[in-house]
Design a protein around this ligand. Structure first.
Ligand SMILES: NC(=O)C1=CN([C@@H]2O[C@H](COP(=O)(O)OP(=O)(O)OC[C@H]3O[C@@H](n4cnc5c(N)ncnc54)[C@H](O)[C@@H]3O)[C@@H](O)[C@H]2O)C=CC1
Ligand SMILES: O=C([O-])CC(=O)C(=O)O
Length: 324
């Protein structure tokens, strides 16, 4: 049995937190041989609710759960942390764009970036879920100068999984028969779900119906978060938690041969994207590290979509630069 690792979940009393913690403790994220110590961070008014979550975690009697730390102090939460899932942030309501949350949520990520810098394990892997996820990840990263910037990532895996589900429905296959889906850019309505490299059962998707692709598929994936808010009266939670598990599991344990996943990561300039912004790319993972899939062909149509989502990320960055 391996020695336990410390996993921080912020917003532990929120709706995503409640879907996430039990799956991490069950071994779904880091594997059935990896014990975990959960660090739950919340704000003071939510600490009573967190105590209830801690009681429920105990009551599951998970063999892999080697301890729980519940706190409202970021310095305590990030002490010796190996993984962090930054979920705690205000969610949007109907009619809002995720970027409308930027000013409300930005401060959370500068405080947590500093706490991480001072207290976490320097190899910490960070996933930002709280919206707007890409730019919040950038804020946390910029406030943690002693941690490798590449360790800060943002979640576009939910968009990736939504795209797989739409393709599975359209082509009447299961999601595990579909490979090489890519989400480019921002976790926002400018994201570009790109099927140009998709293979179904190792066969290229030739002659995709462009009307379906442009008028149905792309907007459905881009607007899925808003559709769920409309239907549920609250933003997606179980699917968001499930995708966070997928993101961290693949990063830590590796992606499948012949496939890739989408992760929001600091741009290194690949595909002509502004270096530094947290941009969703196709990546493979091995040995705890991700690598951008290079040299994919980019059509004029794709380039326009990539440029539009990059432009939005530059604007978001400009709006929060005072927090760096
Ligand atoms: N990247 C993605 O694909 C997705 C992102 N989200 C985002 O995730 C975030 C959380 O969503 P929900 O869990 O539904 O919201 P929620 O409102 O149910 O829970 C958020 C929790 O965060 C806590 N919190 C607030 N400030 C905090 C701080 N400084 N430190 C620690 N905890 C803090 C709150 O007390 C609350 O319990 C939202 O910003 C939402 O928009 C949601 C779905 C998908
Ligand atoms: O749409 C929202 O505000 C929540 C979210 O990020 C998603 O479901 O993709």
């Amino acid at each position: 049995m391996k020695s336990p690792v410390r996993v921080v979940v912020t917003g532990a009393a929120g709706q995503i937190g409640y879907q996430l913690l039990f799956r991490i403790a069950a071994g779904n994220m880091l594997g059935p041989d990896q014990p975990v110590i959960l660090h739950l961070l919340e704000i003071p008014p939510a600490m009573q609710a967190v105590q209830g979550v801690v009681m429920e975690l105990e009551d599951c009697a998970f063999p892999l759960l080697h301890g729980v730390v519940a706190t409202d102090d970021a310095n305590v939460a990030f002490k010796d942390a190996d993984y962090a899932l930054l979920v705690g942030a205000m969610p949007r309501g109907p009619g809002m764009e995720r970027s409308d949350l930027l000013q409300a949520n930005a401060k959370i990520f500068s405080v947590q970036g500093k706490a991480m810098n001072d207290h976490a394990n320097k190899g910490i892997k960070v996933l930002v879920v709280g919206n707007p996820a890409n730019t919040n990840a950038l804020i946390a990263q910029q406030n943690a100068p002693d941690i490798n910037p590449a360790q800060f990532t943002a979640m576009t895996r939910l968009d990736h999984n939504r795209a797989l589900a739409q393709l599975a429905g359209k082509f009447n296959v299961q999601t595990n028969e579909i490979k090489r889906m890519t989400i480019w850019g921002n976790h926002s309505s400018t994201q570009y779900p790109d099927v140009s490299q998709v293979q179904i059962n190792e066969t290229e998707l030739n002659d995709v119906d462009q009307t379906w692709y442009v008028d149905e598929f792309i907007p459905t994936v881009q607007q899925r978060g808003a559709a769920i808010i409309k239907a549920r009266g609250a933003s997606s939670a179980a699917s968001a938690a499930s995708s966070a598990i997928d993101h961290m599991r693949d990063w830590a344990l590796g992606t499948a041969d012949g496939d890739w996943v989408s992760m929001g990561i600091p741009s290194d300039g690949s595909y002509g994207v502004e270096p530094g912004v947290i941009f969703s790319y196709p990546v493979t993972c091995a040995n705890g590290e991700y690598t951008i899939v290079q040299d994919l062909p980019v059509s004029d149509f794709s380039q326009q979509r990539i440029d539009a989502t990059e432009e939005e990320l530059r604007e978001e960055r400009a709006a929060v630069e005072h927090l760096f």
